[in-house]
Design a protein around this ligand. Structure first.
Ligand SMILES: Cc1cc2nc3c(=O)[nH]c(=O)nc-3n(C[C@H](O)[C@H](O)[C@H](O)COP(=O)(O)OP(=O)(O)OC[C@H]3O[C@@H](n4cnc5c(N)ncnc54)[C@H](O)[C@@H]3O)c2cc1C
Length: 317
């Protein structure tokens, strides 16, 4: 892995590693399949499209936690007392060393500095025009990153048909090409619930399907495993981040040809007035809420020209 270069995919380097193992074909194939699904579920990308270093941040520190009332708790608390204008869709951002002018559907705003924290997919789309265009290293780093294809499917059931205390249900082999992992979310509020993902190729191919068709496809797979014990869900939720014009995917990933440094290069201050933030700009742990939060904190420190203890954010808000 360390010896790989920018042209290598995650598939290339994992095949090199697999070839060095003393395993029989069956075991090697199971590990190969695991790595493929890992790529899909972590980055919503096909293993041959992900850069060799695209999963380097795959080991989270600390506990896995769920915010039962949603992540909105974090920005709501941090925004308390601030002048936040919702539903102002930014179409243009003009900048120079003198400051920025932002044009929205509800008027224009000028400022000494701006922090732009829209997803990479929005910056790629042209819906938000930045003028003059982003200079290097920001512009070239942006050109190398891509938005992924990653959707969630949550099914709630009248009764649980799977074993208790199971973290994940897995389908291995060819049948698991799309729907291969289900996570038990029952602990969130007591309702028997399973979460699965349409990730990478599955998300691309099911894009545009109706919710009923997605649910029927997932249920068919569950019934292969559990038979008639699988009841009709009482509720289903299927995301469509790929088609959300304010997201254009779930989060960014590193395609072949990109570099680890691209993440932090995106956050290079521009002319002392323009600062990019958001999950894709934080190289230490991109694609996470932590990255989004820490990148905004870094942008604020760059604007103020001094460090801000992160603990102060919570104390003051
Ligand atoms: C399926 C899935 C699973 C995930 N799992 C985890 C996990 O387990 N742990 C974890 O930490 N993270 C996880 N994440 C990732 C995490 O949710 C994101 O990294 C994080 O939300 C990104 O925050 P952000 O502020 O960079 O971008 P966003 O949350 O996308 O915010 C961008 C904002 O910009 C706004 N915007 C866009 N265009 C415009 C415009 N033209 N004008 C004005 N506003 C605009 C959007 O409306 C949005 O409010 C997961 C994400 C997905 C999709």
């Amino acid at each position: 892995m360390a010896a790989s270069d920018d042209a290598d995919s995650y598939r290339d380097v994992t095949e090199v590693a697999l070839a060095r193992q003393p395993w029989d074909q069956e075991r090697a194939q199971r590990v190969r399949e695991y790595l493929q699904h890992r790529t899909e579920e972590q980055y919503g990308a096909w293993i041959e499209d992900l850069a060799a270093h695209g999963l380097d941040d795959d080991v989270p520190n600390g506990d896995e936690v769920i915010f039962p009332d949603g992540y909105d708790r974090l920005p709501a608390r941090l925004a308390a007392g601030l002048d936040i204008r919702l539903e102002h869709i930014v179409t243009h951002l003009d900048w120079s060393v003198d400051g920025v002018t932002v044009t929205t559907g509800r008027g224009s705003f000028t400022a000494d500095d701006a922090v732009v924290a829209v997803p990479v997919g929005v910056l790629h789309s042209g819906d938000l025009v930045i003028d003059p265009p982003l200079p290097d290293p920001v512009g070239s780093a942006l050109g190398r990153l891509e938005m992924n294809a990653f959707e969630k499917v949550v099914l709630r059931f009248p009764t649980a048909f799977w074993d208790k205390d199971v973290y994940a249900i897995r389908q291995q082999g060819a049948q698991g090409a799309w729907w291969h992992s289900w996570y038990d979310l029952t602990a969130v509020d007591g309702t028997p619930s399973l979460l699965t993902f349409a990730a990478g190729p599955a998300a691309v191919q099911t894009r545009g399907w109706t919710e009923d068709r997605v649910v029927a496809s997932v249920l068919a797979q569950l019934r292969r495993l559990y038979g008639d014990r699988v009841p009709q869900p009482t509720h289903a939720h299927v995301t469509s981040w790929q088609d959300d014009p304010f997201a254009r995917g779930a989060y960014a990933y590193m395609p072949v040809g990109s570099r680890l440094a691209d993440h932090d290069d995106l956050a290079t201050p521009i002319a002392g007035v323009l600062h990019l933030a958001g999950e894709a700009t934080w190289g230490d742990d991109p694609a996470t809420v932590t990255a989004a939060l820490c990148s905004g904190h870094r942008a604020a420190a760059n604007i103020l020209g001094r460090s801000i203890p992160i603990s102060a954010l919570w104390a003051e808000s």
